[in-house]
Design a protein. Sequence first.
Length: 67
Amino acid sequence: MDEIIVKNSSYINLKKVRDDRDGNLIILESMRDVPFEIKRVYYINNLENSVSVRGQHAHKEIEQVIF
C-alpha cells in the first residue's frame, strides 16, 4: 500500500463479496466501517479525462472518506 500523506488519515478495509457471475459488491456501513455518521455521498464516474479536476475546494471542518 502507498504511504498516506494526509494528516489524521488511515486506510479502511471494506468488505467485498465476489460474485462468480460478474463483479464485486463492496459494503460500507456508517458507524460500523467508518467511525462517523455518513450524511452525504458523492459518486463520480465515467470521467473521459483521467486527470480531471473536480471541486477545487476543501471541507476543513468535517470528516471524510475517499475511495
